[in-house]
Design a protein. Structure first.
Length: 653
């Protein structure tokens, strides 16, 4: 039988395990990317391994998330990242050069390769026909050290695209449509491969909008074939020699096929507070809009911003709307500055921001109390904008501009404009001045460590028994933004003890005190716990407060891996009734953990663990599903401890 695109790439990278759905495989990582908010921990972990240089083909450290620098902390982090990059032969993309995913696509993504990034939207590069996966920082640190990345071999779903998008319907509407079908829950261990005759009608950056928001589905990655469109983009980026054709064989197998006729789609919008709350724009007509933001790694490409400029033409922004634009990269910024599009935006009344994540992660542009904000980004979780009472909607740049002009939620087709079809340029402006790289790693260089940078706490090996209280009980779809708020707290990312002061800040402000008083505890959650970002802080900070186990109805892929990496038991309820009866404050007892881990290490497969609820005098049956490797990691008190031991042993030999 023939192979699909995912299989073609992954087969060349597997170093352990077999291609059997649900089994664990280890893969070789060719490229890594980090961003400033997760990067400091990545490089601190890498440094602690004592290697002299990185083992990947190419690694890039981007500074794009937190560039506000309202006090010394961010600048400290940036300097650390710059010097540690120079020391180990890592490329350093300076603040202002652009959002990691946009820049990576432009300058580094390469068909047929694997990319591991400490950011959940790393699969954006899947648009280039590569296997690009988001992971916790520790996994990226270990990939830099040449260690394999482990994943559960996924099922591959083919999304067959037919037809062609009609005017005013865009790539954002394609992915919102997929989100409407598949929702944000229950898609773990799945890869989405786009195929069919509609693929060739989408430009590379349109494809990237689609793969980017695959993260919101919770899938391992999304990818497109590498075809003539990919080649054209690479040629325009001066990288034509990096192209190779990768397409699915005619008889390739898929576990599921969904067909989407692009010609039937309409402008869509995700309503507060989940990217999965999708509806038609035309059904929301009367909603008054206060703020419109165009940008983020989802929709900030040259094509996106040219559409914005063409729509604005000589029009003006509605007087009651604050309209902000953040170009995705320096390349995009330079191009719109050179061709006059920026002039049009400024004249229309837009506020132009730096090429960073900014408003997407709640750094600046927090809307007023109770405001309606239309954004082109990928997440609208409660409070992420910085204003808990705000109503954030997600839509395409075309919808965003229509809203900015009229001051209410508007289907762009209502404006009766001629649709300005924007083509991908034949030649991009290439100026990599803001990417620092010296081919030789500067081994003798002193790494700068400001006072904001603290080594993460050392974790102890697994205990045999846990007797601890339920510190908090939360519902379904708890995101990592709920667990570890970003925004104004982002500057403490490289200081775990301080950042831990804000665990569950927006859910229950008394959580941290309770955890600190108890010294040990358990988190109880509903379905899809840990959705959203890759931030390992959502595991490490609770671990540093003494959280020993998460007991949930289900746990999302990256977060589950992060829990294991930091020695927290990822337990799932076998029966819903267990979840229903347990309450915050209940004292739970789990015994015989070491013998369960021993059996799992031998490959026993998932095991049931009996938890005694001493308060309710009831038993809870929970499942512990760990591969032998994962059971070993938990026994050692986390992946860093485990790998360090391994490296010491191989040095001794
Ligand atoms: C996000 O979009 O939530 C982030 C900020 O990019 C995160 C990474 C982080 O928390 O630093 C992500 O998506 O992984
Ligand atoms: Fe940055 Fe937002 Fe993209 Fe995350 S989703 S990488 S915060 S632009």
């Amino acid at each position: 039988m023939g192979k699909n695109v995912f299989e073609k790439i992954i087969t060349k990278h597997i170093v352990s395990g077999n291609r059997i759905g649900g089994a664990e495989v280890g893969i070789r990582i060719d490229q890594t990317l980090t961003q400033d908010a997760t990067g400091t921990l990545v490089y601190l972990a890498f440094e602690s391994l004592g290697l002299s240089k990185i083992k990947t083909d190419l690694s890039v450290s981007y500074v794009d998330h937190n560039t506000v620098q309202d006090s010394f902390e961010n600048a400290d982090d940036h300097k650390y990242l710059q010097t540690v990059a120079a020391k180990y032969g890592i490329r350093y993309s300076k603040a202002g050069n652009g959002i990691c995913h946009q820049v990576h696509l432009e300058r580094f993504a390469r068909p047929g390769k694997t990319l591991l990034g400490s950011d959940s939207h790393t699969p954006t590069a899947g648009a280039m026909g590569m296997v690009a996966i988001g992971a916790g920082g520790l996994d990226v640190a270990l990939a830099l050290a040449g260690e394999p990345f482990y994943l559960t071999y996924p099922k591959v779903v083919k999304v067959k695209l037919t037809g062609k998008l009609r005017p005013w319907v865009t790539a954002k509407d394609v992915i919102l449509n997929v989100l409407g079908i598949k929702t944000t829950k229950g898609n773990v261990n799945t890869v989405i491969e786009y195929s069919g005759p509609g693929v060739k009608t989408l430009s590379l950056t349109e494809r990237a909008t689609i793969t980017n928001m695959g993260a919101e589905l919770g899938v391992t990655t999304s990818l497109f074939p590498s075809d003539a469109v990919t080649r054209k983009f690479l040629l325009a980026q001066g990288r034509g020699n990096e192209w190779k054709r990768i397409e699915a064989d005619k008889d390739a197998h898929y576990d599921e096929v969904i067909t989407i006729n692009l010609s039937n789609l309409e402008p869509l919008i995700a309503c507060p507070h989940s990217p999965g709350n999708v509806t038609k724009v035309k059904d929301l007509k009367k909603v008054v809009v206060d703020q419109v933001c165009v940008g983020s790694c989802t929709n900030s490409s040259f094509q996106d911003l040219m559409l914005v400029a063409k729509m604005l033409g000589k029009k003006k922004i509605h007087p009651d709307v604050s309209f902000v634009i953040a170009p995705g990269s320096k390349q995009v910024f330079e191009m719109i500055a050179k061709n006059g599009a920026l002039d049009i935006m400024i004249a229309a009344g837009a506020r132009i921001l730096e090429s960073t994540c900014g408003f997407c992660i709640g750094i600046g542009q927090a809307p007023r109390d109770g405001a309606v904000s239309i954004r082109t980004n990928n997440r609208n979780f409660l409070g992420r904008s910085g204003t808990k009472s705000a109503h954030v909607y997600l839509a395409s740049p075309a919808v965003a501009v229509a809203c900015a002009i009229t001051g209410r939620i508007t289907d762009p087709r209502e404006l009766k404009m001629v649709y300005p079809k924007i083509l991908s340029p034949k030649k991009f402006v290439i100026n990599d001045r803001m990417i620092l790289f010296s081919r030789k790693s500067e081994t003798r260089l002193n790494v700068y460590r400001g006072s904001n940078i603290k080594m993460p706490p050392k974790l102890a090996a697994a205990v045999d028994a846990i007797d601890a209280k339920v510190l908090i009980k939360v519902g379904d779809k708890i995101t990592t933004d709920h667990i570890m708020p970003a925004g104004r707290r982002l500057k403490f990312r490289s200081n775990i003890e301080r950042y831990a002061d804000f665990v569950f800040e927006n859910v229950d402000a008394t959580f941290v005190k309770r955890a600190r008083d108890e010294k040990a505890g358990i988190i109880v959650a509903g379905r899809s716990y840990g959705q959203g970002s890759s931030r390992e802080h959502a595991a490490l900070c609770p671990a540093s407060l003494g959280v020993k186990a998460v007991l949930a109805l289900s746990i999302e892929r990256i977060h589950r891996a992060n829990l294991i990496n930091f020695g927290i038991l990822p337990l799932t309820f076998v029966h819903d009734v267990g979840y229903k009866t347990v309450e915050e404050g209940d004292l739970l007892s789990i015994e015989g953990i070491r013998s369960v881990l021993r059996a799992l290490k031998k490959g026993s497969g998932p095991l049931n663990v009996i938890i005694k609820n001493l308060t309710k005098e009831k038993l809870i049956i929970a499942r512990l599903e760990l591969s032998p490797r994962e059971a070993h990691v938990i026994s050692e008190g986390g992946r860093l401890n485990a790998v360090r031991k391994l490296l010491q042993r191989s040095k001794r030999k």
